[in-house]
Every structure is written in C-alpha cells, then in structure tokens.
Design a protein around this ligand. Structure first.
Ligand code: HSE
Length: 424
C-alpha cells in the first residue's frame, strides 16, 4: 500500500480539524483509497494546541527546516494564514520538493504565481481547495467539473462569518458585536476578523475563483470591496419588512464589455435561493455556456468542513503520479486586453430622512428622473423630525445612483441615510 507522510503547519481551527480527520479516518483511507496516510510531524509553537489534540510530542517539529528535509514527509499542509511566515514556509518546503496543500486564500490570491513557479521547478504539487468556500468543492468543480464551459457568471455567499452575523441579526435580532463574538467562538472568523467583516476574505476568494473561472488573472485589488460594518439593524429590519434578506454577496460576471467583480452587502428577495443560505453555510451559483446554471451549497467555514477540503486535496495529490497544476493564470497581473467594468448595473435600496412638506416627494422624484432612475417601490413613514422614505429602484447604473445621492444630499430636502444594492 502506498505510504504518504504529511506535515501540518499550524494547529489552529483548520489545522486541528485536518489532524482530527487524518487520524480518525486513517483506516478508512486504507480501505477506500489504498493509501496509508500518516501525520509525520506538526509545526505549532503553541503547546496547548497540540496537547489538546493529543498530538504525540515526538512528532512536534521545532523549525521548518526539519520538515523541508524530512524524507518521510511528502505533503505539507499550510494552515498558518497570512502572507508572512506562511509564504516563507511554503516556499521552503516547495524548494524541498514537498507538495503543498493550503487553506490560505490571501496567499493564493496574492502569490499563486510565485508559488506555482517554485512548485513546478521542484516537481512539487500545489493544491488549494480549502482556500475558498470551506468544505464546498468549488475549486475542483471549476478545474475538473465544468472546465468544458465558458463561465459567464458566478454569484454567491463565500464568507461564513459575515453570513453567520447577518443571519443572527436578521432572524434573532442579535447585536452585531454579539454575533461576531459568537462567530469567533465557533471558529468561523479569521485571526483578525476585520478580514471577514470588511470583505477582504471574500475578495481574496473571489479573486481566486474568478481567475479560475475566466482564465485570466483577476487581482484582488480589482474586486470592488465593501464589508458589513456599515450595515445597520434598522436597514436589515426595513429590508426585511419589504421582503428582502441582507447578504454579503460575491459577484463575478464576464461579457463582451468586460469583467465585473464585486463583494458587497446586498438585499435578495426572500424567495431567492441565496436568501435561505443561513449561518456559516455558503453557496455559489455558476452559469456556464454549456451546463447552464449550477449551484453548490455547504459549510463555508469551520474546522471539519475546511479540514474536509484539505484532506480531499491530500488524497487527490497522493493518488496522482504527476502533480496537477491549475489553469489559474501564472501571472501577477491581468492580461493586457482584460477590461474591468466599474459602472455596473444593479437595483438599489435607499433610506432617506426627508422634510415632510408639500412638494418634497416630487423634487426627490425629479432628481431620480434626471438620473434616469426608475422607482420600483416606495414607503414613507412619519417620524418626529419629518419622515423616513424607503425605496427600491429598478436596475440602473452605479454612477447614476452616486449622482442622485450627491444631488439629494445637497438639496436640503432630504438626507440619504443608507444605500444598499439589491439583486433581483
Ligand atoms: N473566515 C472564513 C469565513 C473562514 O468566515 O468564511 C473560511 O474561509
């Protein structure tokens, strides 16, 4: 039976989940995969972590060189996160000819070109299923399932932490701070949760996924990124009353005009399939020119779901004679002829404080009209200072909404309190 030695760098939530799966499924993989997989060493400076997992002391390495030179290690799993030590260690072991399996989306989004070059030079494999959408096999789907297609669009919920927070706020009225700390306790959030709530995590993932889907490098810097920190409980409740659910969406589209890539909170109708994707669950819709619509759904974060993706990569790598490199463009920058669309089309939700006087509504309507924005629904509720106006527009251009907001805010008849995109 083929023997495979694995080293794990970092035994936090994901590294710990990986260790558990590998040790608990050892006999199962012998029977089902004809592979005898052994965790040969771990690198984890926090003693409490490896002790809690029951890792034998004799397999705890003290430095990366021990692992890079260990002839019994074939595959190194990187679960350190970030792009400092993680990048350095991954390069060290690739230079040592070890195959790398990583869950690190920031590393893949920023340095894939560099890592793949090192991997190819040393005939090592490089796999990153766990970097995007936790246990959902989206990378394998793009590489090995729908590669026969031109992918025209991808839309989904690809961050578990923010989906957990928004679900808790919407369904249970939990405060933002309490929902975030619960997501941290459950092991969904990044070490620095700003990466989740400010949309960086989703932007890195969308950069990786859209580069794979569209066969050109989409740098994460090209992804329009807005997080959920500006979202208020009031807008979640008002949207809810209109039949919408708020989600942090990742959207990538490719057409003859160019490519648009964005991560931002957006309302979806309650009947929309993404509206019922709750808690740490994620989902991705793909549209391909041959397959049509396809949806993947599952846990996007957490120890065992993400560990599941890592171990699947280990099994995939272990059962191949030659490494399988991805079709991810091995560049740092996009192709010269790639055009990015920034003035995309969307519908919008808007909340305004208005003076409750004669003619105000017609002046607001005139501003929308001048910007070619058509209103789909509108609700006015009186309050102590005037009134609150909540409206949803038909699809329009982002630039038109920005113009209208600027005009409204200087009009002295209304103040725009919130603008959120709506996916129809
Ligand atoms: N912090 C990430 C999330 C973990 O919440 O989705 C999985 O990538």
């Amino acid at each position: 039976m083929k023997k495979i030695g694995v080293a794990i760098l970092g035994l936090g939530v994901v590294g710990g989940g990986t260790y558990r799966i590998l040790t608990e499924h050892k006999e199962f993989y012998k029977t089902t995969q004809a592979l005898d997989i052994n965790v040969e060493c771990v690198l984890e400076p926090n003693e409490a972590r490896w002790r809690e997992l029951g890792v034998p002391e004799e397999i705890v390495a003290t430095n990366i060189a021990e692992i890079a030179c260990d002839p019994d290690v074939n595959i190194v799993v990187e679960c350190i996160g970030g792009v400092g030590t993680a990048r350095e260690y991954v390069l060290d072991v690739l230079y040592g000819g070890k195959t790398v399996v990583t869950s690190n989306k920031e590393l893949v989004a920023k340095y894939y070109h560099e890592l793949e070059r090192a991997a190819k030079r040393h005939s090592a494999g490089l796999y990153f299923e766990a970097s995007c959408v936790g246990g959902v096999p989206i990378i394998r789907t793009l590489l090995d399932g729908v590669q026969s297609n031109r992918i025209t669009s991808m839309m989904g919920i690809i961050n578990g932490t923010t989906n957990y927070i928004l679900t808790k706020m919407t369904e249970e009225g939990t405060s933002y701070a309490a929902a975030l700390s619960e997501a941290q306790r459950l092991g969904y959030a990044e070490a620095d949760p700003d990466a989740d709530v400010e949309g960086y995590d989703a932007a890195y993932k969308l950069s990786v996924l859209s580069s794979l889907a569209f066969h050109t490098k989409i740098p994460y810097t090209k992804v329009l990124r807005e997080g959920i920190t500006g979202v208020t409980a009031e807008d979640i409740a008002r949207g809810n009353a209109l039949g919408y659910r708020l989600k942090l969406l990742a959207i990538a589209k490719q057409s003859e005009e160019g490519i648009e890539v964005r991560v931002h909170p957006a309302f979806v109708k309650k009947e929309h399939p993404l509206a019922s994707v709750s808690g740490s669950y994620n989902a991705v819709f793909l549209t391909g020119d041959a397959v049509g619509d396809l949806m993947l759904y599952g846990r996007g974060a957490g120890d065992l779901p993400t560990g599941s993706a890592i171990v699947s990569d280990i099994l995939y790598a272990a059962s191949r004679i030659e490494p399988r490199y991805s079709t991810f463009k091995n560049n740092a920058t996009p192709d010269k002829d790639t055009k990015f669309i920034t003035d995309f089309e969307s519908a919008y939700y808007m909340r305004l404080s208005v003076n409750d006087k004669t003619g105000v509504l017609s002046k607001i309507a005139a501003i929308f009209g001048k910007n070619n924005i058509s209103i789909l629904e509108l609700l006015q509720t009186p309050d102590s200072d005037g009134a609150t106006l909540v409206l949803v527009t038909h699809e329009t251009h982002e630039a038109a909404i920005k113009n209208a907001v600027a005009k409204l805010n200087t009009s002295e008849i209304a103040k725009v309190e919130a603008v959120l995109r709506v996916v129809s």
